[in-house]
Write a protein that binds this ligand. Structure first.
Ligand code: SF4
Length: 330
């Protein structure tokens, strides 16, 4: 441990009061490690690592992850983009999917390894998304691997279940598998405005097919600024479909991908949901092509990627709490 840096830490952190922070200048990863070890040994906290300094809080901060509900903690759930191509071309698709999008498929073998590492890392459930996952003719192979390991949900527009895909759908296990189907309104006009003519009727037919085949179904609506009171009529439709509360999802459009309006999201504002694509690990599935939301290039080891997300979330939250308590403007 560098004596000079340690002396500076003692001096700087000793000069501030408990619950406030100071920036300690560092020169490279070894210095950062020294600061980490010193704070750990002395009951202080690293708030944030910057390129040339480390923000150190005097005192031990409570772990913000501990205060989250268990199923909202980063790493409880793993999202996987199995592919990016889609039969539709919705105008607010958060990852710019369409029939001509580069598929960026995660192959069956890599997917199997990912699921194994997810189990080892303590992940409790899997969400598969895309693109349209059922565009992959061999999606059923991934779903069998996934459901054998963890409760699994697959997001779908429910429109490509014909021919061989229908046969493979019917062969899927019902236990541990949920089909989350997109439906944005209770009538065709709004849904078709964003997802294409005829897509409402096809999605509704898909929902009925999935229910008739004995699958657990969740229906998810994405509402833009033009949705008006669509949520009210959606609730009536959900009731008619006899969906429980945990089988209904209604969320706002995020300004990501093809969407040129909607909620602005960032690493600081979004509770992370660890997400893997063929291109790396991301902060949240709603922003899986946004370079500012990329966590790292490599999935493996997955536990390390999840820990990286947790560390950054802790830093954001603790730093935010400190700023909130020490930066009064009036
Ligand atoms: S929003 Fe869903 S259904 Fe629409 S293009 Fe994107 S992935 Fe496909």
């Amino acid at each position: 441990m560098s004596l000079r840096l340690t002396m500076r830490l003692v001096e700087q952190v000793g000069a501030i009061s408990a619950g406030t922070s100071t920036r300690v200048v560092v020169d490279g990863p070894d210095d950062v490690e020294t600061v980490r070890r010193w704070t750990e040994a002395t009951g202080n906290t690293v708030l944030m690592v910057h390129p040339d300094s480390v923000e150190v809080l005097r005192g031990r901060a409570a772990d913000p992850i501990e205060s989250l509900p268990e199923d909202r903690r980063p790493g409880f759930r793993l999202w996987v983009y199995t592919n990016f191509h889609c039969n539709l071309n919705c105008d607010y698709c958060c990852v710019e999917s369409s029939p001509s999008t580069d598929p960026r498929v995660i192959g069956v073998d890599a997917f199997g390894r990912l699921v194994g590492e997810a189990v080892d890392a303590g992940v409790e459930e899997l969400f598969l998304t895309g693109g349209e996952p059922f565009m992959l003719l061999d999606l059923d192979e991934r779903l069998r691997v996934a459901t054998a390991a963890l409760p699994t949900t697959v997001l779908t527009n429910a429109m490509v279940w014909n021919g061989e895909r229908r046969r493979r759908l019917e062969s899927l296990p019902r236990e541990g598998l949920t089909l989350q189907i997109s439906l944005d309104s209770a009538t065709a006009e709004l849904h078709d405005r964003h997802r294409g003519t005829g897509s409402f009727d096809r999605a509704l037919a898909g929902i009925r097919t999935a229910i008739d085949l004995g699958f657990r179904v969740r229906v998810a609506a994405t509402l833009g600024a033009d949705a008006g009171d669509a949520e009210t009529s959606l609730v009536r439709l959900f009731d008619r479909l006899e969906l429980d509360e945990d089988q209904r999802v209604v969320r706002r459009v995020a300004r990501q991908g093809s969407a040129n309006a909607g909620l602005t999201v960032s690493r600081a504002s979004l509770l992370p949901e660890v997400c893997v694509t063929a291109e790396g690990v991301w902060w949240h599935p709603v922003a899986a092509i946004d370079p500012t939301m990329k966590v790292c290039d490599d999935w493996f080891p997955l536990a390390g990627a999840i820990e990286k997300v947790r560390d950054e979330y802790r830093s954001h939250r603790i730093a935010g709490d400190v700023l909130a308590s020490t930066f009064p403007c009036a």
